[in-house]
Design a protein. Structure first.
Length: 143
């Protein structure tokens, strides 16, 4: 089993390798393009290979710096959340209030619906009957 510390070190090693290779390719590509620009004879191989090297260099460097960029993004996001904590709290509590208000309304209307009808459920058969009736109108048993 590989420990996370070892894994981290392995990733870091690859990052450094990619960074070094990327910078070497970048330097090589720029040198070739500069040579192409200053030389008297036009050598298309120089500009083609130079551009290829630059493209590879950018890919390698972006891979090398990706974890750093991601870490930076996470840091910025955390900072934004930290700075807007109060607003976020307000939003969540307002949303909660709206939701609980809705639940209360539904519960209230459900209760009122039963109360308005002034009815009860029979203890024996479960049918809805008048609350003041002594006997159930369905099963005839005393309430
Ligand atoms: Zn009944």
């Amino acid at each position: 089993m590989e420990t996370s510390e070892k894994k981290k070190r392995k990733i870091l090693k690859w990052q450094i390798v990619l960074m070094v290779l990327g910078f070497l390719l970048l330097a090589g590509g720029i040198t070739m393009i500069v040579f192409f620009a200053i030389s008297d004879t036009i050598n298309p191989a120089l500009i083609i290979v130079g551009c290829f090297l630059l493209v590879f260099a950018f890919i390698m460097l972006s891979y090398a710096f990706l974890p750093l960029i991601q870490r930076g993004m996470i840091k910025i996001n955390k900072q934004i959340i930290e700075e807007n904590k109060e607003d976020l709290k307000d939003i969540s509590s307002t949303t909660g209030e709206i939701a609980s208000e809705g639940v209360k309304k539904v519960a209230k209307s459900a209760m009122e619906g039963v109360n308005d009808a002034d009815k009860i459920y029979c203890k024996h058969c479960g049918q809805l009957i008048d609350s003041d009736s002594k006997f159930c109108s369905f099963c005839g048993k005393e309430q």
